[in-house]
Ligand binder design. Structure first.
Ligand SMILES: Nc1ncnc2c1ncn2[C@@H]1O[C@H](COP(=O)(O)OP(=O)(O)OP(=O)(O)O)[C@@H](O)[C@H]1O
Ligand SMILES: [Mg+2]
Length: 549
């Protein structure tokens, strides 16, 4: 029967497990989950770049620590199941898979009893490859490790050391340990601090009683909590009864309760600069913030709720959903090994869609109202383009013979013939500063621009262009361009020239084709700009600075 035992190939498997989809930040958080599960009150991270380009990451905690047997079990792929199921650990893999995704050698040094010697064991992937066996390394504690222990750990606690960090930075540097690599490490540090501040904000915030307090630092700088719900200024819109979701167990398991709260953030235009920095309102920041046992595992995104339309629409950027569950619902939410992904099954997806419908509508309304106010308030100035067009005598453009505001049609003499009837917006009594080019609220077809016929009185209409103030191009590109000299005028003239050329070549046969073209252009632009955030006042200011450089 021995031929039925088929042990994994140590080298192939240990290397294969490097690519389980971690990045530096998620891997680091998996190590810190273990510290929190070990009841640590302090967790400190240090990232070292040596002069020769070698990189080390140290994670120290003051948790309950382990003896030698404990370290041995901890380093086993598939560690024993934890006694406390509510702890952040679950699969017995995190320490190993997270570490090896970043480095080829990871060491655990730990002490369970004050005064006892440090227990130390390590995996080295090169050693496993050389020997072809699941053999760890037992070596004395090195000076740099002892130093890190003294600095980062408590009386008891655990130090995890990542060395041979071949995947810490995504790039290789010509000059190892040089200024550019140092700068990359600095960015990594900032990114990690931010990530930890978000993921563990309930643990880091002394004012948040939901989790016990844990202090963290990265290279000596304290990690500050960041609560994405921004409760100081946001409004939670679900009633107490709506906040509880009773989940059935899977395969006869007990099931449990999830909790959901819907927060509508204030629009950036009503926040101070400091508040804006705190709220961090971005397109990608909308959606579900999923917490498992109080630890954030999914920052934003709609996870299929609200269908494809729910994917990062700018007008939903003020809605953040705080969603909580415990380990008892891991099965129900299909938690993955990295505990960074969950799935909603169709029944819960439907429940959430209904539950959150009003919150969504309210968030959208608030956003749109503010955007309208702002677009009106920022008053993008289309006067220069109108002045230029007025002052340029030899422009090639069709002559409008009559325009009928009731029927919304005009008769023109153009390249197609003398009396060509064209449908399009007709506006009387407009300001001279908006007779050729105007931004309007009245376009409901989604088109970015439409050719139109405008007059400062009730006759003598000119061929003109109307721009859709609600199109993403207007909201994202025009609003940003507003601070940049001639950019608005240039775009105005371009759209005017398109519109006038269209009127020049339009007739009953051509008009639907031109309309189709405008629709395709407008819809492609909307898709292309989907991930570009709507210009906030701060962007406009940044742009001014960038423009002056
Ligand atoms: N900082 C630590 N302090 C004390 N014990 C630890 C520490 N880190 C790891 N351990 C021990 O090592 C074991 C293995 O950790 P590992 O992260 O691989 O698995 P896990 O946390 O149990 O599950 P998961 O795969 O979900 O992370 C843990 O169950 C714990 O007993
Ligand atoms: Mg773990």
């Amino acid at each position: 029967m021995t031929d039925l035992i088929n042990n994994p190939d140590a080298s192939r498997l240990i290397f294969g497990l490097r690519d389980t989809g971690y990045n530096f930040k998620t891997a680091a958080a998996d190590i810190i989950d273990n510290s929190i599960a070990a009841n640590a009150t302090e967790v400190h991270v240090r990232i070292d770049l040596r002069q020769d380009g070698r990189k080390f990451v140290y994670f120290g905690d003051d948790g309950h620590g382990m003896d030698t047997a404990g370290v041995h079990a901890a380093l086993r792929y598939g560690s024993p199941e934890r006694a406390n199921l509510a702890s952040l650990g679950k699969f017995g893999l995190g320490l190993k898979t997270a570490s090896s995704s970043v480095c080829k050698r990871f060491t655990v040094i730990s002490r369970k009893n004050p005064g006892a010697p440090l227990a130390k064991l390590a995996w080295d992937l090169d050693h496993v490859e050389d020997t072809g066996t699941w053999e760890m390394l037992r070596e004395p504690v090195e000076a740099h490790e002892q130093e890190a222990w003294d600095e980062l750990c408590g009386e008891t606690g655990t130090l995890v050391v990542w060395s041979k960090c071949d995947r810490l930075l995504s790039k290789h540097f010509d000059e190892p340990g040089g200024a550019r690599e140092l700068a990359a490490i600095r960015r990594l540090r900032v990114g990690l601090k931010e990530h930890l501040g978000m993921v563990y904000h309930r643990f880091l915030d002394a004012g948040d009683g939901r989790q016990r307090l844990v202090q963290m630092s990265v290279d000596g700088e304290a990690v500050e909590p960041w609560n994405p719900m921004f409760p100081e200024k946001s409004e939670q819109v679900l009633s107490d009864a709506q906040q509880v979701i009773d989940m059935e167990g899977v395969d006869g398991d007990g099931g449990g309760q999830a909790r959901v709260r819907a927060w509508i953030l204030p629009h950036a235009s009503s926040l101070s600069d400091a508040e804006k920095r705190q709220a961090r309102i971005t397109n990608k920041g909308q959606g579900f913030y999923i917490y498992r046992e109080g630890r954030l595992i999914n920052p934003g995104g709609w996870l299929g709720v609200f269908g494809a339309h729910g994917t990062f629409e700018p007008h939903m950027s003020l809605l953040r959903i705080e969603f909580d569950f415990g380990h008892d619902l891991d099965e129900a939410f299909y938690v993955d090994v990295k505990k960074s992904r969950i799935l909603f099954d169709p029944a819960i997806e439907e429940h959430l869609t209904t539950l959150l419908r009003n919150a969504r509508r309210e968030a959208e309304n608030r956003y749109r109202r503010k955007e309208r106010e702002r677009a009106a308030g920022t008053g993008i100035d289309h006067t220069p383009a109108n002045t230029s067009i007025n002052g340029t005598p030899n422009l090639k453009k069709p002559v409008v013979q009559e325009a009928d505001p009731t029927a919304q049609t005009a008769t023109v003499s153009n390249a197609q013939g003398p009396r060509i009837k064209i449908a399009g917006p007709v506006h009387n009594n407009v300001s001279p500063a908006a007779v050729h080019v105007a931004a309007v609220d009245s376009i409901t077809t989604g088109e970015l621009w439409v050719p139109s016929f405008r007059s400062t009185t009730t006759s003598g209409h000119v061929p003109a262009v109307e721009l859709n103030r609600h199109h993403d191009f207007y909201q994202k590109v025009y609003l940003r361009a507003a601070s940049r000299g001639y950019a608005v005028e240039g775009m105005d003239l371009l759209f005017w020239a398109f519109a006038v050329a269209e009127i020049e070549y339009s007739n009953a046969e051509m008009q639907p084709i031109f309309t189709d073209i405008r629709e395709v252009v407008s819809s492609n632009l909307r898709k292309l700009l989907r991930d570009v955030p709507v210009a906030q006042p701060a962007d406009v200011e940044d742009d001014v600075e960038a423009g002056e450089e």
